[in-house]
Design a protein around this ligand. Structure first.
Ligand code: LLP
Length: 423
């Protein structure tokens, strides 16, 4: 459930008319509801309240400082995957004791920054990474708490680009090799194996794959403890899906209850890395209709947001519901069209063959469920400045990222002097 709804045919975010926000900040624009963010966090956390746990928001889903701070205020941590994300998390005031660091390609300077910050745990994805982390920790006189990210070879039944827990994926350490590599880790200097980690994929709409993966981790945990490795944390990753269209993902309460059922006798602190489920439906992208073209075969609605602003439809053929910010009368004619952006690629679309109320130039459309992997995956392709982001809180709203300017587009670029002189 989210706090975007119509009042008298006009779309509101909480108590603020979306139109009012657009008048101030223009389009395209991301608008987030802080009430929804907090509500989702609480609902997700609720089933775990009686058990030791930590919610480490997977910040790649939406990494604006204001949003990180909202979750941090609620006691949350973050799952990071780069030095840049560590930088953001620390800027937002997330305590390092609530940061876990995943990712297959950590560089040594990124490890150094995380070691110096004394983050909670590195989720190590290969034996080579383990060696490098041990060297870096030793060089800095630190000790690194680690988990191995194991790959349990479970099919998450989701889009192939966002499946991560299969043998054929680049992620993690094969479950069959895990014990051997944990024993190596134990014997390497400056490493402290304290956890097991796994993340099998994103936008999962069934409980089964989660259960299967956690059952596999359970067996591994027993083996590790029998070998004297004191596992304190079980990090089960993220992946819980949200309804974009007709999907019916498990409710967070059912997900939580099922997980707890499997781990309650394990004497561990559970770590979860939810991304999409916390932010997906808490954000929308607002775009303005520029033109309408009726072809012989198809209708096109050309809007001012494009694949550089929201790449999910182009990249995954993802469905995002698109609605009018000001609804027409009930009898408004239906219209089937491709809703496309100004970018020079045929793959630049927000929706294809979509039936919507016929939109007209100048009207505003809301692309729903754009809070996760929306702004964070945006780019400057076609030299388009990235969108502004606005956070609504009750009847107030705040600019949390200003729209980029043309000057922002060329920041850091330099023309060598001989080229400048025409040579
Ligand atoms: N933990 C790890 C290690 C991850 O790689 C991810 C997401 C998550 C947690 C959070 O997963 P979530 O709860 O959001 O499903 N760009 C794609 C999604 C990529 C997910 C990458 N990893 C999309 O727009 O659907």
């Amino acid at each position: 459930m989210h706090y975007f709804s119509y009042k008298d045919r006009e779309l509101f975010c909480e108590q603020v008319p979306v139109n009012q926000i657009v008048e101030e900040f223009g389009t395209p624009l991301f608008v987030y509801s802080s009430g929804t963010l907090k509500r989702h966090y609480r609902i997700f956390e609720e089933p775990f309240s009686g058990a030791p746990h930590m919610i480490c928001f997977s910040m790649k889903a939406c990494s604006n400082l204001a949003i990180l701070k909202i979750f941090s205020n609620l006691g949350g941590g973050v799952d990071i995957v780069s030095g840049g994300e560590l930088f953001r998390a620390l800027k937002a005031g997330v305590p390092p004791s609530r940061i876990v660091y995943s990712g297959v390609g950590k560089k040594s300077y990124e490890m150094d920054d995380a070691l110096r910050s004394d983050i909670l745990m590195f989720n190590v994805e290969s034996e080579e990474e383990l060696q490098l982390l041990s060297q870096r920790a030793l060089a800095l006189g630190k000790s690194a708490r680690i988990a191995l990210r194991v790959n349990p070879d479970v099919d998450p039944l989701t889009h192939p680009y966002i499946s991560t827990g299969l043998k054929s994926n680049k992620f993690g350490i094969q479950i069959e090799q895990a014990l051997e590599i944990y024993l190596k880790a134990r014997d390497l200097p400056a490493l402290e194996p304290v956890g097991i980690d796994c993340h099998i994929g994103s936008q999962l709409t069934e409980l089964g794959p989660f259960m299967e993966a956690v059952s596999i981790l359970r067996k591994l945990l027993k083996k590790l403890r029998n070998n004297g490795i004191d596992i304190k944390y079980l990090d089960i990753g993220g992946g819980l899906g949200i309804p974009y269209d007709q999907e019916t993902p498990p409710a967070p309460g059912d997900y939580g209850a099922a997980i707890l059922d499997l781990v309650s006798d394990m004497d561990i602190t559970l770590i979860m890395e939810p991304g999409r489920v916390l932010v997906g439906n808490a954000g929308v992208m607002i775009t303005r209709v520029l033109y309408k073209k009726s072809g012989l075969e198809k209708n096109f609605v050309i809007v001012d947001a494009a694949m550089n602003d929201l790449i999910r439809p182009s990249l995954y053929k993802a469905y995002h519901s698109i609605i009018k910010v000001k609804k027409s009368l009930d009898q408004a004619p239906k219209f089937v069209a491709d809703i496309v952006g100004p970018i020079c690629e045929s793959g630049d679309f927000l929706a294809r063959g979509r039936e919507i109320e016929e939109p007209f130039p100048g009207e505003l459309l809301a692309v729903m469920s754009a809070g996760a992997y929306g702004f964070t995956m945006s780019s400057n392709y076609n030299s388009r400045p990235r969108c502004a982001e606005v956070l609504v809180d009750g009847s107030n709203y705040y600019l949390i990222r200003q729209r980029e300017t043309y000057e922002d587009l060329i920041r850091g670029e330099k023309v060598p002097s001989h080229i400048l002189e025409g040579k």
